[in-house]
Design a protein around this ligand. Structure first.
Ligand SMILES: [Zn+2]
Ligand SMILES: [Zn+2]
Length: 124
C-alpha cells in the first residue's frame, strides 16, 4: 500500500508504552492510535483452545497439531475482553488505527445531512 510505504520508516515502532491492560491509546513514541486486540486459536475440529502466537501480523497456534484430536486445522478468534483464563492462550496484537478513517467532527456529518434535501429534482 502506498501510505504504508510512505511512512515505512516509522513501522519499526513496537508501541511498547501501550501496555496490555489498556484497550487503546496514543503511542507516545510515534503518535499513532493503537488498539490492543487479543486473539486465541482453536482447533477447528474439536474446538479446544490452542495457545496462539503471532508473526508478521498473522495469528496461528503454537502447536502444529491439536493435542486433543491431532487435527492441524484451526480457527482464529478475537476476544473482546481478556480474562485470566484466556490470557494463557491469547496473543496480543497492537493494531494501528488510521485516524483518517475515524469520524472527525459532528459538524461534518450535519453538513452532509443538511445538504440532502437539495437533491430533490424540480421539474419546471
Ligand atoms: Zn508507537
Ligand atoms: Zn482438536
Amino acid at each position: 500500500m502506498f501510505l504504508t510505504n510512505l511512512f515505512g520508516l516509522k513501522r519499526t515502532c513496537t508501541h511498547d508504552k501501550i501496555t496490555p491492560d489498556m484497550d487503546s491509546g496514543y503511542c507516545p513514541d510515534c503518535g499513532k492510535l493503537i488498539k490492543n486486540e487479543w486473539y486465541i486459536t482453536r482447533c477447528a475440529c474439536c474446538g479446544v483452545k490452542m495457545r496462539a502466537c503471532a508473526k508478521n501480523g498473522e495469528i496461528y497456534p503454537q502447536n502444529h497439531y491439536c493435542t486433543n484430536c491431532g487435527s492441524k486445522e484451526y480457527t482464529v478468534e478475537k476476544i473482546e475482553k481478556i480474562n485470566f483464563v484466556d490470557i494463557n492462550f491469547a496473543v496480543l496484537q497492537k493494531t494501528e488505527i488510521n485516524k483518517d478513517e475515524l469520524p472527525t467532527t459532528t459538524q461534518c456529518w450535519e453538513e452532509r445531512r443538511g445538504g440532502q434535501p437539495r437533491l430533490t429534482v424540480k421539474y419546471l
